[in-house]
Design a protein. Structure first.
Ligand code: MN
Length: 260
Protein backbone atom coordinates (compact mmCIF):
# COMPACT_ATOMS: atom_id res chain seq x y z
CA UNK A 1 0.00 0.00 0.00
CA UNK A 2 1.53 3.37 -0.97
CA UNK A 3 2.12 5.77 1.88
CA UNK A 4 0.04 8.91 1.95
CA UNK A 5 -0.22 12.06 4.04
CA UNK A 6 -4.02 12.37 4.13
CA UNK A 7 -4.25 11.71 7.86
CA UNK A 8 -1.40 14.15 8.55
CA UNK A 9 -3.21 16.83 6.54
CA UNK A 10 -6.61 16.17 8.10
CA UNK A 11 -5.30 16.59 11.65
CA UNK A 12 -3.86 20.07 11.10
CA UNK A 13 -4.97 23.57 10.14
CA UNK A 14 -2.06 24.99 8.15
CA UNK A 15 -3.26 28.57 8.61
CA UNK A 16 -2.58 28.07 12.34
CA UNK A 17 0.42 25.73 12.60
CA UNK A 18 3.99 26.39 11.40
CA UNK A 19 4.36 22.68 10.58
CA UNK A 20 5.10 21.86 6.92
CA UNK A 21 2.26 21.04 4.49
CA UNK A 22 1.47 17.41 3.56
CA UNK A 23 3.77 17.11 0.55
CA UNK A 24 5.62 13.93 -0.39
CA UNK A 25 9.26 14.06 -1.40
CA UNK A 26 10.30 12.83 -4.83
CA UNK A 27 12.35 9.64 -4.54
CA UNK A 28 16.14 10.07 -4.61
CA UNK A 29 19.08 7.68 -4.40
CA UNK A 30 20.41 9.47 -1.33
CA UNK A 31 20.79 7.68 1.99
CA UNK A 32 17.58 7.46 3.99
CA UNK A 33 17.02 10.14 6.63
CA UNK A 34 16.00 9.56 10.20
CA UNK A 35 15.31 11.92 13.08
CA UNK A 36 13.98 12.07 16.61
CA UNK A 37 11.97 15.09 17.68
CA UNK A 38 11.51 15.81 21.37
CA UNK A 39 7.95 17.05 21.71
CA UNK A 40 6.39 18.60 24.78
CA UNK A 41 2.64 18.52 24.16
CA UNK A 42 -0.12 17.03 26.33
CA UNK A 43 2.75 14.72 27.43
CA UNK A 44 6.47 14.76 26.82
CA UNK A 45 7.50 12.21 24.18
CA UNK A 46 10.07 11.58 21.48
CA UNK A 47 8.91 11.22 17.88
CA UNK A 48 11.03 8.63 16.09
CA UNK A 49 10.89 9.06 12.30
CA UNK A 50 12.30 6.99 9.43
CA UNK A 51 12.28 8.09 5.79
CA UNK A 52 10.42 5.62 3.60
CA UNK A 53 8.85 6.12 0.16
CA UNK A 54 8.96 9.91 0.31
CA UNK A 55 7.46 10.28 3.81
CA UNK A 56 8.59 9.84 7.40
CA UNK A 57 7.25 6.75 9.16
CA UNK A 58 6.55 7.93 12.71
CA UNK A 59 6.35 6.50 16.20
CA UNK A 60 5.77 8.41 19.45
CA UNK A 61 8.08 7.05 22.15
CA UNK A 62 6.91 8.31 25.58
CA UNK A 63 10.15 7.54 27.43
CA UNK A 64 12.43 8.21 24.48
CA UNK A 65 14.99 5.85 22.96
CA UNK A 66 17.31 3.94 25.30
CA UNK A 67 20.85 2.71 24.58
CA UNK A 68 20.30 -0.15 27.03
CA UNK A 69 19.23 -3.39 25.26
CA UNK A 70 17.30 -4.36 28.40
CA UNK A 71 14.89 -1.45 27.86
CA UNK A 72 11.94 -2.13 25.62
CA UNK A 73 10.58 1.31 24.83
CA UNK A 74 6.93 1.56 23.88
CA UNK A 75 6.59 3.22 20.47
CA UNK A 76 3.08 4.11 19.32
CA UNK A 77 2.92 4.39 15.55
CA UNK A 78 1.40 7.69 14.43
CA UNK A 79 0.45 9.05 11.02
CA UNK A 80 3.15 9.34 8.34
CA UNK A 81 4.73 12.80 8.29
CA UNK A 82 6.06 14.78 5.30
CA UNK A 83 9.79 14.47 4.68
CA UNK A 84 10.30 18.18 5.33
CA UNK A 85 8.95 17.68 8.86
CA UNK A 86 12.34 16.19 9.67
CA UNK A 87 13.88 19.65 10.01
CA UNK A 88 11.04 21.19 12.00
CA UNK A 89 11.78 22.81 15.32
CA UNK A 90 9.40 25.34 16.83
CA UNK A 91 6.17 26.11 18.62
CA UNK A 92 2.80 24.65 17.62
CA UNK A 93 0.44 27.25 19.11
CA UNK A 94 -2.84 25.32 19.00
CA UNK A 95 -4.62 22.27 17.69
CA UNK A 96 -3.15 18.81 17.20
CA UNK A 97 0.25 18.42 18.90
CA UNK A 98 0.15 21.93 20.41
CA UNK A 99 3.40 22.46 22.29
CA UNK A 100 7.13 22.76 21.60
CA UNK A 101 9.27 20.65 19.23
CA UNK A 102 13.07 20.19 19.35
CA UNK A 103 15.13 18.35 16.73
CA UNK A 104 16.79 16.00 19.22
CA UNK A 105 18.75 13.77 16.82
CA UNK A 106 19.18 13.34 13.09
CA UNK A 107 21.15 11.23 10.67
CA UNK A 108 20.71 8.37 8.23
CA UNK A 109 19.27 4.89 8.59
CA UNK A 110 19.17 1.64 6.67
CA UNK A 111 17.26 -1.58 7.02
CA UNK A 112 19.34 -4.62 8.01
CA UNK A 113 20.00 -7.38 5.44
CA UNK A 114 16.77 -9.35 5.07
CA UNK A 115 14.62 -6.29 5.91
CA UNK A 116 15.26 -4.27 2.72
CA UNK A 117 11.59 -4.59 1.79
CA UNK A 118 10.53 -2.13 4.48
CA UNK A 119 6.82 -2.20 3.63
CA UNK A 120 6.82 -5.98 4.01
CA UNK A 121 8.76 -5.76 7.28
CA UNK A 122 6.21 -3.25 8.63
CA UNK A 123 3.33 -5.50 7.61
CA UNK A 124 5.02 -8.41 9.37
CA UNK A 125 5.64 -6.30 12.46
CA UNK A 126 9.43 -6.49 12.67
CA UNK A 127 12.03 -4.11 11.26
CA UNK A 128 15.71 -4.46 12.09
CA UNK A 129 17.72 -1.40 11.23
CA UNK A 130 20.92 0.56 11.67
CA UNK A 131 20.99 4.21 12.74
CA UNK A 132 23.79 6.67 12.10
CA UNK A 133 22.83 9.77 14.04
CA UNK A 134 24.75 11.93 16.51
CA UNK A 135 23.17 10.49 19.67
CA UNK A 136 21.77 7.21 18.37
CA UNK A 137 23.93 4.76 16.44
CA UNK A 138 24.24 1.10 15.64
CA UNK A 139 21.72 -1.69 15.48
CA UNK A 140 18.06 -1.41 16.62
CA UNK A 141 14.78 -3.22 16.17
CA UNK A 142 11.18 -2.09 15.97
CA UNK A 143 8.80 -4.91 16.78
CA UNK A 144 5.01 -4.79 16.91
CA UNK A 145 3.31 -5.95 20.09
CA UNK A 146 -0.32 -6.63 20.80
CA UNK A 147 -0.68 -3.59 23.03
CA UNK A 148 -1.64 -3.64 26.69
CA UNK A 149 -4.01 -6.27 28.01
CA UNK A 150 -7.46 -4.73 27.94
CA UNK A 151 -6.24 -1.94 25.64
CA UNK A 152 -8.20 -0.81 22.59
CA UNK A 153 -7.93 -2.52 19.21
CA UNK A 154 -6.61 0.68 17.69
CA UNK A 155 -3.83 0.81 20.31
CA UNK A 156 -3.03 -2.85 19.70
CA UNK A 157 -2.58 -2.25 15.97
CA UNK A 158 -0.13 0.60 16.50
CA UNK A 159 1.88 -0.58 19.53
CA UNK A 160 5.53 -1.30 18.82
CA UNK A 161 8.66 -1.62 20.92
CA UNK A 162 11.91 0.17 20.07
CA UNK A 163 14.89 -1.83 21.34
CA UNK A 164 18.65 -1.34 21.07
CA UNK A 165 20.60 -4.38 19.97
CA UNK A 166 23.82 -5.33 21.76
CA UNK A 167 26.75 -3.73 19.93
CA UNK A 168 29.50 -1.22 20.62
CA UNK A 169 26.95 1.65 20.66
CA UNK A 170 24.84 0.03 23.39
CA UNK A 171 25.36 0.96 27.03
CA UNK A 172 23.85 2.19 30.25
CA UNK A 173 24.29 5.89 29.50
CA UNK A 174 20.93 7.65 29.92
CA UNK A 175 21.07 9.39 26.56
CA UNK A 176 17.92 11.53 26.92
CA UNK A 177 19.21 12.90 30.27
CA UNK A 178 22.84 13.35 29.22
CA UNK A 179 22.08 14.89 25.81
CA UNK A 180 18.75 16.76 26.20
CA UNK A 181 19.26 19.64 23.73
CA UNK A 182 18.56 20.19 20.04
CA UNK A 183 21.21 18.57 17.85
CA UNK A 184 20.73 21.37 15.32
CA UNK A 185 20.67 24.51 17.47
CA UNK A 186 21.71 23.37 20.97
CA UNK A 187 18.51 24.92 22.31
CA UNK A 188 16.19 23.65 25.03
CA UNK A 189 12.39 24.07 25.12
CA UNK A 190 12.61 27.47 26.86
CA UNK A 191 15.04 28.79 24.20
CA UNK A 192 12.67 27.69 21.42
CA UNK A 193 9.66 29.27 23.15
CA UNK A 194 11.61 32.49 23.87
CA UNK A 195 12.51 32.78 20.19
CA UNK A 196 8.81 32.46 19.35
CA UNK A 197 6.23 33.87 21.74
CA UNK A 198 6.32 33.08 25.49
CA UNK A 199 2.74 34.44 25.77
CA UNK A 200 1.29 32.06 23.21
CA UNK A 201 -0.51 30.07 25.92
CA UNK A 202 -1.55 32.85 28.29
CA UNK A 203 -5.04 31.37 28.28
CA UNK A 204 -4.99 27.81 26.99
CA UNK A 205 -1.86 25.85 27.91
CA UNK A 206 -1.37 22.44 26.14
CA UNK A 207 -1.21 20.79 29.60
CA UNK A 208 -2.54 22.38 32.79
CA UNK A 209 -1.97 20.03 35.69
CA UNK A 210 0.32 17.19 36.63
CA UNK A 211 3.96 16.75 35.71
CA UNK A 212 3.51 18.10 32.18
CA UNK A 213 1.63 21.17 33.41
CA UNK A 214 4.48 21.88 35.83
CA UNK A 215 7.03 21.50 33.02
CA UNK A 216 5.13 23.99 30.86
CA UNK A 217 4.91 26.46 33.75
CA UNK A 218 8.67 26.29 34.34
CA UNK A 219 9.53 26.57 30.64
CA UNK A 220 7.18 29.54 30.10
CA UNK A 221 8.72 31.35 33.11
CA UNK A 222 12.25 30.68 31.81
CA UNK A 223 11.27 31.84 28.29
CA UNK A 224 10.05 35.14 29.77
CA UNK A 225 13.35 35.56 31.64
CA UNK A 226 15.31 34.91 28.44
CA UNK A 227 13.21 37.50 26.61
CA UNK A 228 13.72 40.02 29.36
CA UNK A 229 17.49 39.51 29.34
CA UNK A 230 17.50 40.15 25.60
CA UNK A 231 15.34 43.24 25.92
CA UNK A 232 17.87 45.03 28.19
CA UNK A 233 19.32 48.18 26.60
CA UNK A 234 22.27 47.36 24.35
CA UNK A 235 24.65 49.69 26.24
CA UNK A 236 24.42 47.61 29.40
CA UNK A 237 23.93 44.02 28.34
CA UNK A 238 23.21 41.68 31.21
CA UNK A 239 25.17 38.50 31.76
CA UNK A 240 22.38 36.36 30.35
CA UNK A 241 22.13 38.40 27.17
CA UNK A 242 25.88 38.23 26.67
CA UNK A 243 26.09 34.49 26.99
CA UNK A 244 23.02 34.08 24.77
CA UNK A 245 24.82 36.12 22.11
CA UNK A 246 27.93 34.02 22.48
CA UNK A 247 25.89 30.85 22.13
CA UNK A 248 24.08 32.19 19.07
CA UNK A 249 27.44 32.79 17.34
CA UNK A 250 28.53 29.21 17.81
CA UNK A 251 27.70 26.91 14.95
CA UNK A 252 25.18 24.16 15.69
CA UNK A 253 26.77 20.85 16.65
CA UNK A 254 25.31 19.08 13.63
CA UNK A 255 26.96 21.50 11.22
CA UNK A 256 30.29 21.35 13.04
CA UNK A 257 30.26 17.57 12.95
CA UNK A 258 29.22 17.48 9.30
CA UNK A 259 32.31 19.47 8.35
CA UNK A 260 34.73 16.88 9.69
MN1 MN B 1 4.63 14.28 18.74
Amino acid sequence: MPRDLAEYGKKRDFTKTPEPPPEKKAPTDKQLYFCVQKHLASHLHYDFRLEHEGVLLSWAVPKGPSLNPKDKRLAMQTEDHPFSYGEFEGVIPEGYGAGIVLLWDRGTWKPDPGFEDVSKALAKGELKLALDGFKLKGSWVLVRTRGRPGGSERDASRSWLLIKHRDSWAGELDVTAVAPLSIETERDFADVLAADNPDVWSSNRPAQGGETGAMFAKIIKRAHELRQARAEPSGTPGKAAKSAKKRAKKKPAAKRAAKK
